[in-house]
Design a protein around this ligand. Structure first.
Ligand SMILES: Cc1cc2nc3c(=O)[nH]c(=O)nc-3n(C[C@H](O)[C@H](O)[C@H](O)COP(=O)(O)OP(=O)(O)OC[C@H]3O[C@@H](n4cnc5c(N)ncnc54)[C@H](O)[C@@H]3O)c2cc1C
Length: 387
């Protein structure tokens, strides 16, 4: 039987971030861990690819430069005829997971980490002295196992850490840029359309994210449904996406449809047990938007910190992991966003939604004006040499 100190199951953003952050804490970690993935990279991964400022910050921290990203200058939020936008430089970067995840795996190898592809973990058994990990080749014994194996991952399932989970739903198509360019491409913006909330009772939104596929412009279009109330009837995702595409002169049937459930983060679902940590989608993604790349990268950093600490204290119970994770500003957002989802997706009255949309739009516009004034004052201060 092979032995290692830390075994990371899954080499997506969560698993690679955990590994890279461990090496950042101490280069010696490279020889004390193994990362396994059932796929061979580059591998396809269904995802809109929207990477926010929070995720980009973790990439900067790890010295990772993102190539081939589509940098959007704004995010436009729509509800019926009302809309408002958040500006940024960039507001969001849209990456393609096929290349992005492979780049993270390459980087792990460059930093001396043992990443093994095409190895599917079949189950884990936690003992008092070690965790036994069952793989097709040989069993591996680890002192600590990190479940970074995505929504519905084998690690959480093996030890019953997925109990009580709820799952968001998605449907996505990738369309090449047509002869009449989309506003998203022309204006370098992302569109998040909440109109189906009042029109079809969808607790979620339709997205149109421009992106680069092998250097050529495409648009990822999809629909996300938050399922915090699993007993409520499911929305007709196909019908909603069909309508959204038809509004733009496209036919859904002309494109390959793909879907994948997203495990929704819950504050009371455990993400740590003795000798086991869950990160990324295995722990849960944001219920409000289904976003998870930033949380996967941040979760990896938090897990690395807990593992590094455990090595010195000798305490692998990870009893305080959940509390410490909540102190990370990026990860803390999940609770706030979940609370917003519970409140906002319950509203169905069109007039109330319209009123709220007006108020939020006005607040965002005021915020944007305040930011512009602030930037102007900053420039003035710089010109006059004041600090
Ligand atoms: C349609 C859709 C659109 C999305 N759009 C966005 C978006 O725009 N922005 C955003 O931030 N998030 C988005 N997300 C969420 C985002 O994709 C996830 O949050 C993110 O991939 C989480 O990363 P991860 O590393 O936890 O999991 P994954 O990226 O799923 O990686 C898990 C890895 O584990 C491996 N694995 C699984 N089981 C095993 C096993 N038994 N043994 C070994 N290896 C295993 C898999 O091969 C995989 O490589 C979207 C998700 C979907 C479905």
């Amino acid at each position: 039987m092979e032995r290692t100190e830390v075994l990371i199951v899954g080499a997506g953003p969560a698993g690679t971030s955990t590994a890279l952050h461990l090496v950042r804490l101490d280069a010696a970690w490279a020889d004390r861990m193994v990362v396994l993935d059932r796929a061979t990279f580059p591998r396809p991964k269904l995802c809109g690819g929207g990477l926010t400022f929070f995720g980009s910050r973790f990439l900067d921290q790890l010295g990772i430069e993102v190539e081939d990203a589509f940098d959007a200058k704004s995010i436009r939020l729509i509800h019926g005829r009302r809309q408002f936008a958040f500006q940024g430089d960039p507001a969001v970067r849209v990456i393609r997971r096929y290349e992005f995840d492979a780049r993270l795996v390459d980087l792990c190898r460059e930093r001396g980490i043992d990443v093994r592809e095409n190895v599917a973990v079949r189950g884990v058994t936690v003992g008092s002295h070690a965790v036994s990990v069952d793989t097709p080749g040989t069993a591996i014994e680890a002192e600590v196992v990190v479940g970074a194996d995505g929504s519905g991952g084998r690690v959480a399932r093996s030890i019953g850490m997925d109990r009580g989970a709820t799952w968001g739903r998605t449907l996505e198509v990738l369309t090449p840029a047509g002869p009449t360019p989309d506003p998203e491409i022309q204006d370098r913006m992302l569109t998040v359309d909440f109109t189906p909330l009042s029109r079809h009772g969808l607790r979620g939104y339709v997205w149109h994210f421009p992106c680069l596929v092998d250097g050529s412009l495409h648009v990822s279009r999809g629909v996300y449904e938050c399922r915090l109330w699993p007993r409520r009837p499911k929305a007709d995702l196909v019908g909603i996406l069909e309508e959204a595409l038809a509004d733009r002169g496209m036919c859904l049937a002309d494109h390959r449809q793909q879907s994948h459930p997203i495990l929704q983060w819950h504050p009371r679902r455990p993400t740590a047990a003795p000798r086991v940590l869950l990160v990324g989608d295995a722990a849960g993604a944001d219920a409000l938007t289904g976003e998870g790349i930033s949380f996967a990268l941040a979760g990896g950093a938090a897990a690395a910190e807990s593992i590094h600490r455990a090595r010195f204290t000798g305490d692998v119970s990870f009893a305080d992991h959940a509390v410490r994770v909540e102190r990370w500003p990026t990860l803390h957002q999940r609770s706030t966003r979940r609370a917003v989802a519970r409140w906002a997706y319950r509203l169905e009255n069109r007039l109330v939604l319209d009123l709220l949309w007006r108020i939020t739009g006005a607040a965002v516009r005021d915020l944007e004006t305040a930011r512009r004034v602030w930037r102007g004052l900053d420039r003035l201060r710089a010109l006059t040499g004041q600090r």
